[in-house]
Design a binder for this molecule. Sequence first.
Ligand SMILES: NC(=O)c1ccc[n+]([C@@H]2O[C@H](COP(=O)([O-])OP(=O)(O)OC[C@H]3O[C@@H](n4cnc5c(N)ncnc54)[C@H](O)[C@@H]3O)[C@@H](O)[C@H]2O)c1
Length: 255
Amino acid sequence: MVDAEIRQDRFRDKVVVVTGAAGGIGAATARRFAAEGATLVLVDLPAAAEKRDAVMRACTTDGAVGVLGLDCDVSRDDDVAAAMKAAMARFGHVDVVVNVAGYMAFKPIQDFSGDEWRRLMDVNFMGAVYFTQEALRMMRPGGAIVNVSSIHAFQTTARVAPYAAAKAALTSLTRSTAIEGKALGIRANAVAPGAIDTPMFWTSPNIASGEEKVPDNMLGQPENIAAVVAFLASSDAAFMTGSTVTADGGRLSAL
Ligand SMILES: NC(=O)c1ccc[n+]([C@@H]2O[C@H](COP(=O)([O-])OP(=O)(O)OC[C@H]3O[C@@H](n4cnc5c(N)ncnc54)[C@H](O)[C@@H]3O)[C@@H](O)[C@H]2O)c1
């Protein structure tokens, strides 16, 4: 855990949808919103249901007013529409959508099949597109969308081209959503994490082989990203929209 200044009522009466909620950053994000008094809708794949259930229990202990867990493959527009409909049916409104779900795959550009390219784009990018569409259709003025991008949107390594392209597209989507959301009173921002201490990081072959090196003091915790997400979703960031905020312990700033 990292030190955090929790404001127990910052998200009181707010319904917050978090995708990829069973994973490292998703779970920390859900728990941060729970500790700040939100009502939560936790979305993940059916295969992650057990982990998501554990996150749901933790959120209730942390202070969530209500918690709904939903199976949803974010790459399917019908799944996403059903999830947002279920959230509305249960709680009557959705105020924040946090697009966290994602995965990496490692191959030279020419070795990814078309299906593999499409799957990586579908999960890492189109999932956020579908949730953004639903959010723009149903959120009230004051709503906020937060996309979890990556420093791979700006600088990258070998063998992750589809992931890096999807994250770069997410930065562009965040700008477009900010423009079109303005008239609706809906803000959209993104956070671009650097290396974060989750299984996704440790299972990277580029890390395991030592090709990509991350100094200890540039390895963040999921709670570091959750804090930025909560800020971007809150009225403290009322004058921010269209931004992608880097949270990488200074990694991209170093020569
Ligand atoms: N860990 C890092 O170093 C790091 C750095 C930069 C960005 N990120 C981004 O942060 C996000 C979360 O990463 P993490 O480290 O917590 O990884 P993680 O693997 O712990 O969590 C990802 C979650 O997304 C879910 N998911 C995957 N495909 C899905 C789908 N089709 N539909 C619904 N849910 C799906 C998984 O089941 C999992 O629970 C990802 O978007 C990732 O790209 C992570």
